[in-house]
Design a protein around this ligand. Structure first.
Ligand SMILES: O=C(O)CCC(=O)C(=O)O
Ligand SMILES: [Fe+2]
Length: 207
């Protein structure tokens, strides 16, 4: 589900500021914000884990890594998740059920420089099938919402703007999705980010 303009500018800029502050607390450590290196090569997106960190080597969510505790998810983010689920629940009853007890156990902050993209994938690391709540701040981007079976067509391309929220729950929880393209220099003033794009996803990890 796409909620256009769900985040007002003060909320966007507060999220950016909190993400910056949290990134600073782990700078230089094993959990520093970085471009993950996968078997397929280095990603173009810089990632910061909050709450839990997905450890690619052992394929599990961990609460600490390299002797460093994963920074906590700010309380404001959990309140925001509940608020967004309640809003989405008014349009889709199956999401309403999550509004009260959803736990933001992990929050992933992705920073996309102008030339970054993210390939088609499923978010399949969580044991829970609770919805993933995805926030966009900064530059506009194409979000490719695919099908549950393949990385290829059929898919739908959505243009996401700063302040947009996408929630994937229910049958769409397992859909392939990606971000093939950013539109540089489209970040609106007031969003807290002058270049590139920040995506924050809220995830409930445990059943
Ligand atoms: O940047 C986005 O909108 C999507 C990010 C995403 O799919 C992920 O972090 O798993
Ligand atoms: Fe994803």
């Amino acid at each position: 589900m796409h909620l256009p303009g769900a985040l007002k500018f003060p909320v966007q800029s507060k999220l950016v500021q909190q993400a910056r502050d949290l990134a600073r607390t782990v700078q230089g450590s094993a959990l520093a914000m970085r471009k993950p290196r996968l078997k397929s090569g280095e990603m173009k997106v810089h990632m910061l884990s909050l709450g839990r960190h997905w450890e690619y080597g052992s394929q599990q969510y961990v609460r600490s890594w390299g002797g460093v505790a994963v920074p906590q998810v700010p309380q404001h983010w959990t309140q925001l998740a509940h608020h967004l689920l309640a809003q989405a629940g008014a349009l889709d009853e199956s999401l309403a059920a999550w509004a009260e007890h959803y736990r933001v156990e992990a929050a992933l902050v992705n920073y996309y420089p102008d030339d970054a993209s993210m390939g088609m994938h499923q978010d399949a690391f969580e044991d829970s099938n609770a919805p993933v709540i995805s926030l966009s701040i900064g530059d506009e981007a194409i979000f490719r919402a695919g099908n549950n079976e393949t990385r290829t067509k059929p898919y739908e391309d959505l243009r996401l703007m700063s302040g947009d929220v996408v929630i994937f729950g229910g049958p769409s929880r397992a859909m392939f999705h990606g971000v093939p393209k950013l539109f540089p220099c489209t970040a609106p003033s007031g969003c807290g980010l002058s270049a590139g794009r920040i995506n924050i996803t809220f995830r409930q990890v445990e059943v």
